[in-house]
Design a binder for this molecule. Structure first.
Ligand SMILES: *[C@@H]1O[C@H](CO)[C@@H](O)[C@H](O)[C@H]1NC(C)=O
Ligand SMILES: *[C@@H]1O[C@H](CO)[C@@H](O)[C@H](O)[C@H]1NC(C)=O
Length: 320
């Protein structure tokens, strides 16, 4: 008989052991660049009641609690610390099956050791999960560099073109001012865009940054037209081809942009960079072209003046 009694005592201690809640053993999770929200897992494997009303959950970071769920309260209550406004249980309906995982926004998900305490009636358990963050930018670093370089070149070429045209050809003050303002818009937007694009992660600010870089570049197309139009009385075929190519470059860049802006990772970055590179290429060809045409006419008269006011200009040359 005593054997049986020992057996029961043994079973009893085993039973006491099961007063402990057990968890799926996940000790760390990683936030990658594409996670806009984060789920910190806390999965209880041996609930008995499977009743949300008998459960109490507390999440802590570095020892201090920031999220509490009280299933026994009527109505059920959650409390959260003001620095964790986004905190919520991953799935309340599945809490009764043991899923006490916590969802946080990317901004509020500070790397660190998170502790999940769960109680079901008089049984309880604790697990700690380390949240780690990778430092990665939305685009690959080389893509970031290419986007920034192509945009810097586009603005440099534009300002150089404007400088060359403004010094060699007759442009009205109003036109000059508008060309400068339009150039400033593209330049400032691109600078702000680069500042917003580069920080790590895939947030709205990164998307806005990309938009500020790519979209205002459309202004460069009519600007090139106005510049060429100031040089030539009637833009020759070659100039028209340049304009069409520039517009094509923009269309390609915007296509790449549209396909990348809401994607993480952004798969069409090369298309965008190719479009921006075409814009640069056209800009540099146009620049060389305008300089060559300009120097050809230098010894004679600027082409526009030659048609409009040949006499005055001839006088001007003689006076010099
Ligand atoms: C981040 O997203 C990946 C899927 O892209 C997911 O597997 C991972 O669990 C997420 N990380 C966190 C901490 O939620
Ligand atoms: C979390 O805890 C682990 C193990 O105790 C420790 O190595 C790590 O440095 C801690 N992480 C942070 C961010 O405190």
């Amino acid at each position: 008989m005593w054997v049986l009694r020992v057996w029961w005592v043994l079973l009893g201690t085993l039973g006491a052991g099961s007063a402990q809640l057990l968890f799926e053993n996940i000790t760390s999770v990683l936030i990658n660049k594409c996670n806009s929200s984060v789920i910190i897992p806390c999965l209880v494997t041996n609930l008995q009641k499977n009743d949300t009303r008998r459960m109490f959950i507390k999440w802590k970071l570095g020892g201090s609690g920031f999220f509490v769920f009280e299933g026994h309260a009527r109505p059920m209550k959650t409390h959260k610390n003001s620095t964790f406004q986004s905190a919520e249980l991953e799935c309340l309906p599945k809490l009764s099956s043991g899923i006490a995982s916590l969802r946080l926004s990317r901004e509020e998900a500070i790397p660190g050791n998170y502790t999940c305490e769960v109680a079901e009636s008089n049984r309880e358990g604790v697990i700690t999960v380390e949240l780690k963050k990778t430092v990665e930018s939305w685009f690959e670093p080389v893509e970031n560099v290419l986007i920034i370089i192509t945009m810097v070149l586009a603005t440099i070429f534009y300002w150089t073109q404007l400088g060359v045209v403004a010094t060699k050809y007759d442009i009205s003050l109003l036109k000059k001012i508008s060309l400068i303002i339009a150039g400033l818009i593209v330049t400032v937007a691109a600078v702000i865009g680069c500042i917003l694009l580069v920080p790590d992660g895939f947030a709205t600010s990164n998307q806005i940054g990309l938009g500020l870089i790519v979209l205002p570049a459309i202004i460069l197309v009519p600007l090139l037209y106005i510049l060429l139009d100031s040089v030539f009385e009637k833009p020759p075929c070659f100039a028209v081809t340049l304009l069409l190519l520039k517009a094509l470059g923009y269309v390609i860049a915007v296509t790449g942009f549209a396909m990348s802006v809401s994607a993480c990772p952004p798969l069409q970055a090369p298309v965008m960079v190719a479009g921006l590179a075409i814009i640069d290429l056209v800009a540099v060809i146009a620049l060389v072209y305008v300089i060559i045409i300009g120097s050809n006419f230098k010894d004679r008269q600027p082409p526009r003046k030659a048609v409009e006011e040949p006499l005055n200009d001839a006088k001007g040359v003689m006076l010099e």
